[in-house]
Design a protein around this ligand. Sequence first.
Ligand SMILES: *[C@@H]1O[C@H](CO)[C@@H](O)[C@H](O)[C@H]1NC(C)=O
Ligand SMILES: *[C@@H]1O[C@H](CO)[C@@H](O)[C@H](O)[C@H]1NC(C)=O
Ligand SMILES: *[C@@H]1O[C@H](CO)[C@@H](O)[C@H](O)[C@H]1NC(C)=O
Ligand SMILES: *[C@@H]1O[C@H](CO)[C@@H](O)[C@H](O)[C@H]1NC(C)=O
Ligand SMILES: *[C@@H]1O[C@H](CO)[C@@H](O)[C@H](O)[C@H]1NC(C)=O
Ligand SMILES: *[C@@H]1O[C@H](CO)[C@@H](O)[C@H](O)[C@H]1NC(C)=O
Ligand SMILES: *[C@@H]1O[C@H](CO)[C@@H](O)[C@H](O)[C@H]1NC(C)=O
Ligand SMILES: *[C@@H]1O[C@H](CO)[C@@H](O)[C@H](O)[C@H]1NC(C)=O
Length: 240
Amino acid sequence: MERTVIQVIATMMVFLTLGFQPVFSQVELTRTGCGTTKFCLEDPDKCNPAVNTTPCLFGSAKATAFNSLTGIDLTFELSGNSTGYIALGLTQDASVGSTMLFVCAQNSSSNGTFFFKTMTLHNVNKTLTSQDKNVTGIQNSVVGENIKCKFSVSNLNATAQTRANADTTFSVVIGSGQLNGDTLGPFNLARNSGPLDLSVFLPNSTTNTTAPPSGANRPLYSNAVLPLLSFLTLSILKFA
Ligand SMILES: *[C@@H]1O[C@H](CO)[C@@H](O)[C@H](O)[C@H]1NC(C)=O
Ligand SMILES: *[C@@H]1O[C@H](CO)[C@@H](O)[C@H](O)[C@H]1NC(C)=O
Ligand SMILES: *[C@@H]1O[C@H](CO)[C@@H](O)[C@H](O)[C@H]1NC(C)=O
Ligand SMILES: *[C@@H]1O[C@H](CO)[C@@H](O)[C@H](O)[C@H]1NC(C)=O
Ligand SMILES: *[C@@H]1O[C@H](CO)[C@@H](O)[C@H](O)[C@H]1NC(C)=O
Ligand SMILES: *[C@@H]1O[C@H](CO)[C@@H](O)[C@H](O)[C@H]1NC(C)=O
Ligand SMILES: *[C@@H]1O[C@H](CO)[C@@H](O)[C@H](O)[C@H]1NC(C)=O
Ligand SMILES: *[C@@H]1O[C@H](CO)[C@@H](O)[C@H](O)[C@H]1NC(C)=O
């Protein structure tokens, strides 16, 4: 009996340690894969988001799947110092139309609490309007001025935004801005990649699926948590 209790407590501790550890872990971004498995854009050129001593606004985009009927799935990384927000945008042409802007921000009136927003940036008059987008797997860390985030967006289609014939060709932009109370101040563009076919960053094994997208909303830590859950269940069964 005593042994079983100890076993259950030990199991609980393993569960707590392993199960909850990822939730509190910081987002760590590196240049690994830049130019081969992910597209990277940074200001200044080639700066490293893992090094905090010099200024570095860094954005990356990795294609995870492409479906010719619905579009491309992308995972993004963003890092930079700001007391307001940093943002990554996708646009067909940064001089006309609009930019889909993904914003990672810290709220200085709430102890630097992280928040995420999707916006439309009107490229001509530079105004920002709120725009809902399905973003999944948002991870973040805010340390002092440094904001880092990671997120995924499914079914992006360049031609659904404006008329063009290149579905996976976007210009990627990165920049930052301040917060004026609860509203986002003007977006200050730092870099614009120019038109870029993001499908070249698809993993070789997953190119050209035409099947309907699946598993896009997979829970983040299912791989780690499932074995732990069964382990825990087994121990409880044993206890009973
Ligand atoms: C993108 O949208 C356009 C128009 O809505 C459509 O013709 C095209 O097939 C779509 N492409 C992809 C890759 O989803
Ligand atoms: C703000 O953060 C500091 C440092 O982590 C902490 O000591 C303080 O209690 C926090 N204040 C609020 C209102 O959360
Ligand atoms: C900016 O441009 C957009 C798109 O053309 C338009 O809908 C919006 O009303 C404009 N906003 C201002 C403040 O001019
Ligand atoms: C977001 O995803 C849900 C379920 O996957 C879907 O029903 C909804 O239409 C999506 N919303 C947008 C704005 O794409
Ligand atoms: C960025 O912010 C972090 C955390 O506040 C700080 O340690 C670092 O010195 C800052 N980097 C630059 C280049 O200002
Ligand atoms: C920032 O925090 C303040 C104080 O908690 C809150 O009133 C405000 O709505 C927050 N702003 C945003 C954009 O989340
Ligand atoms: C795909 O395979 C080619 C040739 O082996 C390689 O050069 C390229 O880096 C690979 N791309 C990705 C995204 O893995
Ligand atoms: C994917 O398949 C379609 C039709 O089967 C073809 O037109 C297209 O070029 C292929 N794309 C890639 C990236 O292989």
